[in-house]
Design a protein around this ligand. Structure first.
Ligand code: SF4
Length: 366
């Protein structure tokens, strides 16, 4: 695609396909940068079908960027629960505060200013700049990368700066003469619906005559990928101290997975081998300062994250009576941010998926 004619063919074929294959989505009907931003952040690492209800809840609960800025981090994390990659939610709130405090509640209108906001990288800045403000800047997401690697025959793993610059240059030329928002939407939809990762519909593709991968029988080989590192295995042992009134939870404040969310009092160990009774008794007594409790059989579960595998052992421990409600129990517990929470208030706390599953299996209502 090195000549003007080739760019023209690519653009015209793509745009014709786009208008014949509309893809209505709730956020496509707006040019409000706030709503476009929310949708783009939610859809990173999330399937559209899963993201739509989150998007709808978010813009209903926080209709403006300043409504979002006023929410606490805990509240935003609770609304985000189930989407994963919580840094997206924390950055969303940080960027909302910046827009309200430094830009009087108006989104910056250029790619260069948008990219300075927390959690906004080149892709998101290009999406907002083109969809909301019509700036001529190409989006490069996984869909676009896949199309270009196949169509142009890019043989290197598409991660470095040079490949990115090459793609930007091609797209800048290809989008000349088209509406930037429509062109960007077209190429993203084309990747999502036509030039898909697993089974691209090459037989019905308007670009097949000039597609390198199709004409050299290399579609299954491109784009090239890096070998994935094996997942890090971790073993979390949770003491679930529960009474009729509520349960003890632990605030995850350290820089780690699930930062800002809540789980149970935790020991991270080298294996999933269950703790001995004496170890459990010592642990329980250190937290509740009573020996009036009953330990039940441990429950095991596993959660797979992108880079980690978390094996959990839960030790249910029913305490006869826990003093107070939502009050740190002991000095030690207070410093570790371990609290007793009444059942009626549990729904306010954002918890990881594996903790949510435990609550549901054990019928502790959230
Ligand atoms: S011919 Fe196949 S591989 Fe090439 S752009 Fe079309 S769908 Fe993608």
């Amino acid at each position: 695609m090195a000549e003007d004619g080739a760019f023209t063919f690519f653009r015209e074929s793509l745009m014709a396909w786009h208008f014949e294959n509309p893809r209505p989505l709730p956020w496509k009907e707006t040019d409000d940068p706030y709503k476009i931003w929310i949708s783009e952040i939610i859809l990173q690492q999330t399937r559209i079908i899963q993201g739509i209800p989150y998007y709808e809840r978010f813009v209903k609960k926080y209709p403006t960027v300043c409504d979002l800025a006023k929410a606490s981090e805990a509240e935003v994390l609770k609304d985000w629960q189930g989407l994963g990659y919580n840094s997206r939610a924390r950055n969303l709130r940080k960027a909302a505060i910046t827009v309200c405090e430094d830009h009087s509640g108006y989104f910056p209108g250029t790619y260069d200013d948008l990219i300075t906001l927390s959690g906004i990288g080149p892709y998101t800045a290009a999406a907002i700049a083109s969809f909301a403000f019509g700036e001529r800047v190409p989006v490069i997401d996984a869909n676009v990368i896949r199309i270009l690697c196949r169509y142009l025959g890019i043989e290197e793993v598409p991660v470095g700066r040079n490949v990115r610059l090459q793609m930007e240059s091609v797209l800048n030329d290809a989008m000349m003469g088209a509406d930037p928002a429509e062109f960007n939407q077209a190429i993203m939809n084309f990747g999502a619906l036509q030039c898909t990762p697993g089974k691209p519909d090459c037989a019905a593709c308007p670009l097949s005559d000039t597609c390198y991968a199709y004409n050299t029988d290399r579609v299954g080989e491109l784009p090239k990928t890096r070998k994935r590192k094996p997942r890090r295995e971790r073993f979390f042992h949770y003491l679930v101290l529960k009474s009729d009134e509520g349960v003890m939870i632990h605030h995850r404040t350290k820089k780690d997975i699930w930062e800002g969310m809540y789980d149970f009092p935790l020991k991270e160990l080298e294996s999933a081998l269950p703790l001995k009774l004496k170890q459990l008794n010592d642990w329980a007594v250190s937290l509740v300062n009573t020996e009036k409790y009953v330990l039940s059989d441990p429950v095991c579960d596993t959660q797979i994250l992108t880079h980690q595998k978390i094996s959990c052992v839960f030790y249910p421990c029913t305490v006869k009576s826990l003093p107070g409600s939502e009050t740190p129990l002991l000095e030690k517990a207070r410093t570790e941010e371990i609290f007793f929470v009444a059942n009626r208030n549990l729904h306010k706390f954002a918890v990881p998926k594996i903790i949510d599953c435990y609550f549901r299996v054990k019928s502790i209502l959230l």
